[in-house]
Design a protein around this ligand. Structure first.
Ligand code: BYC
Length: 329
């Protein structure tokens, strides 16, 4: 069932001549900036692409709790612990809004979860890297949430109503996440030599995985062309990656940290930074399930799902009883 829902739409984009009258009217609505709502007619490919993207986005929020959750018991102060708990809870909330948005397209949360667990669906590559020190929590907030904001702010204007509205709420919370990460980094760089070194080490390890969050380079992106025509994506992967580097390089300088890229250099002519591409072989290996933490991350999700079966069964039994009682009244 799920496989039919998300089958790739491929690299090509239908020309106007190839569209049916219905498809052309739909494209006109998109081009005019109208929002598409769940009960509106939509091409199957549009629906499948949205289910794939929103579902994977939801999974990323949920799996994304794991690397940071790992540090809740070891946060260096009560205040830092409270902030981190709030952030991790926010990520759970983001996952839930996004599953709800996907459900409006006719797929259930259980189906999406099963597809994640048996490897048919992905989650963001970034969460397959370990969080080794407290500075990693700073780097995640600063870089990972920073990259997420760069990607998600334009998605507030995407064509599908429930997704764009979920993005508005999520972006507000992501801004706080990014600030708290930068604040941790500020504390670390103004601390002891060992803390500064820890901050630099976290930047060294998270820089390229953060650049990978934007997806493969434009020439290798399978879905960008069609997704942009449908305004499911508002920018190409490389455009957002460049904007992220332009925003983050001065922040690293302010922190007194060095981005681990010898080619990083301001280019006056293009009005942006030159920088090195991530190692795309590593990216595709992580996508194939061979990153440093893929097995642990997926294992943790499957375990939580299996161990929570009794809660779901109990809730369903209660809901069925209540429905039967209401029907009898
Ligand atoms: N990781 O054709 P392309 C967060 C896949 S969570 C894994 O360019 P598309 C946060 C892609 O799915 C951040 N897979 O794809 C949470 C496709 O494979 P399939 C999550 C990736 O969809 C907690 C294939 O590669 N944000 O913010 O046009 C704590 C070809 O790529 C990745 C979102 O999900 C990757 N990095 O573009 C802190 C945002 N990149 O599906 C923070 C919404 C690509 O055909 N999503 N792939 O098997 C998007 O904007 C787009 O889906 C992407 C990829 C830019 C990610």
């Amino acid at each position: 069932m799920y496989a039919q829902m998300v089958k790739s739409t491929g690299k090509s984009v239908k020309s106007r001549d190839e569209m049916s009258a219905k498809e052309a009217r739909f494209q006109d609505r998109i081009d005019a900036g109208e929002k598409i709502e769940p009960k509106d007619w939509m091409p199957e490919g549009y629906r499948k692409t949205l289910i794939r993207q929103i579902g994977q986005h939801a999974h990323s929020e949920i799996v994304g709790q794991l690397p940071e959750g790992n540090w809740i018991t070891r946060a260096p102060s009560l205040a830092r612990k409270a902030i981190l708990i709030a952030k991790v809870q926010d990520e759970a909330g983001h996952g839930l809004y996004l599953y709800c948005a996907a459900e409006t397209l006719g797929v259930s949360r259980d189906e999406l979860t099963e597809a994640l667990h048996d490897g048919r669906m992905k989650y963001s590559s970034i969460f397959n890297y370990p969080t080794l020190t407290w500075a990693d929590i700073g780097a995640i907030g600063w870089l990972v949430d920073g990259a997420a904001i760069m990607n998600q702010v334009p998605l507030q204007r995407c064509s599908f109503g429930p997704y764009s509205r979920a993005m508005i709420r999520i972006c507000k919370e992501e801004s706080f996440h990014q600030r708290q990460g930068f604040d941790i980094m500020m504390k670390m760089v103004n601390g002891t030599e060992a803390q500064r070194a820890m901050a630099q080490d976290a930047l060294n390890r998270f820089w390229y995985p953060s650049l990978m969050m934007f997806g493969p380079s434009d020439k290798d992106s399978v879905h960008s062309a069609q997704s942009m025509a449908w305004k499911i994506k508002m920018n190409t992967n490389d455009e957002l990656r460049r904007k992220f580097v332009d925003q983050t390089a001065p922040q690293a300088e302010y922190l007194g940290l060095t981005i681990p890229d010898k080619n990083l250099k301001w280019n006056d002519k293009k009005g942006g930074y030159d920088f090195s591409e991530p190692d795309w072989e590593e990216f595709f290996e992580v996508l194939r399930g061979n990153g440093p933490m893929n097995k642990e991350r997926l294992g943790a999700r499957v375990k939580a799902w299996d161990e929570g079966a009794w809660v779901r069964e109990g809730l369903m039994a209660n809901a069925e009883k209540r429905t039967a009682r209401m029907a009898a009244e």
